[in-house]
Design a protein around this ligand. Structure first.
Ligand SMILES: *Cc1c(COP(=O)(O)O)cnc(C)c1O
Length: 384
């Protein structure tokens, strides 16, 4: 049996909506499917000030522009994240200040943020690893104390809940991804929720190449011109059509992922109790969108052994991020591997299991059966 790590999922309505968008003759950004997606987000999650973007990377850049990130600024973020989190501010000349993560959920350790704040600190960018929300209440408290902007990288967590609200709702800015590898996909796509109302009009200028075209669309004036720094941060309405189909299928997609996640959880608990591996812990006030299921082995060697054995059985189990501080770019910023020992260590022991809606029960059983065999071999465990 061959089990890939991820497979995109279609709800069935994508083709209809995309064809409708094509037939409308309006293919650029901010037409009817853009509006329908934004309406859905507002109805379902009370998300306001949403702008659909070509990617989460673009949304993060837009957020950095909105927050006026300048050369010399410092921005605190976990080192255990994707390059886009750092690039968003690095392209504007800021320095990423890397913070450690916690082993329980691999999210930024809020207790370690304050020690990194200097007079140059402008922003904090926490991420929601594996779809599990970060501790945004604690992070917002720190941000208020030092007057910092918080932009939450929710690339993996669209539809996850923090204290009954969608993750990202409490930050000043929240960026979501609708990339092929995420739970809800339009191939390449993203969104920024500008929760801070004072930022919204400028956001509409920035995304339209720095023009006030939005005011013309609204009938407030009849000509538009260049009034701001900006770029093209629009999602084509054809892709917004695909995204609408995906988001209308959110509950069904989430339920499918949840049942696979719970199957893994249930069957691996025994190994966790025996101390062979750790898995993520989620606070009761957080509900994941089940983006990813990960394990942490006791050593890097065990993890490498596990990945190889899984591969031998035809199952793709993947490592995760190479910490940014010890990557080529991180070293250029003057970091050393030893600067973030917790992150370095955890990242070297973590592995992710296949998880996607079309994974069948038979396949999930095969994954678990394979894991049990590998563990028996490696840990010489009996009575499994
Ligand atoms: C996937 C991901 C991104 C990038 O998303 P795109 O939509 O591909 O630009 C950014 N940050 C994190 C944490 C991600 O997982």
């Amino acid at each position: 049996m061959e089990i890939p790590f991820n497979l995109p999922y279609l709800t069935g309505k994508e083709t209809t909506y995309m064809a409708e968008a094509l037939a409308s003759g309006k293919h650029a950004g901010n037409y009817s499917f853009n509006s329908r997606v934004k309406d859905l987000m507002e109805r379902k999650y009370n998300l306001k000030g949403v702008f659909l973007t070509p990617s989460c990377t673009a949304a993060l850049e837009m957020g950095a522009l909105l927050a006026n990130i300048q050369p010399g600024d410092e921005v605190i973020m976990p080192s255990f994240t994707f390059s886009s989190t750092a690039n968003a501010v690095v392209i504007f000349g800021a320095k990423p200040i890397f913070c450690e993560v916690r082993a329980s959920d691999m999210n930024i350790d809020p207790g370690k943020i304050e020690g990194l704040i200097t007079p140059k600190t402008k922003m904090i960018i926490p991420i929601d690893y594996a779809g599990v929300p970060c501790d945004i209440d604690e992070i917002m408290q720190i941000a208020e104390k030092y007057n910092l902007t918080v932009m939450q990288d929710c690339a993996q967590s669209y539809g996850s809940l923090y204290k009954k609200e969608i993750s990202g709702k409490k930050a000043h800015l929240a960026c979501y991804s609708f990339h092929d590898t995420k739970n809800y996909s339009c191939g390449e796509g993203g969104a920024i929720a500008v929760n801070k109302a004072e930022y919204r009009e400028r956001a509409s200028f920035i995304m339209e190449k720095g023009t006030d075209r939005n005011r013309v669309v609204k009938g407030l004036q009849n000509k538009y011109s260049w009034i701001e720094k900006g770029s093209s941060y629009l999602l084509s309405d054809i892709l917004a059509g695909m995204l609408l189909a995906q988001l209308e299928g959110e509950d069904e997609i989430k339920a499918k992922r949840k049942s696979i996640y719970n199957y893994y959880f249930h069957h691996l608990k025994d190994f966790v109790d025996r101390g062979c591996v750790k898995i993520q812990e989620t606070d009761t006030f957080k509900i994941s969108n089940y983006h990813c299921f990960w394990l942490i082995f006791n050593s890097n060697k065990q993890r490498e052994f596990f990945i190889q054995e899984m591969e031998n059985k035809g199952i793709a189990a993947y490592t995760s991020y190479i910490p940014l501080h010890s990557s080529k770019m991180g070293l250029k910023f003057g970091y050393n591997k030893e600067d973030l020992p917790v992150t370095e260590d955890l990242a070297s022991r973590l592995v992710r299991l296949p998880l996607y809606p079309d994974l069948t029960l038979k396949e999930v059983e095969f994954v678990i059966q394979s894991i049990k065999e590998i563990f028996k071999k490696k840990f010489k465990l009996s009575n499994l």
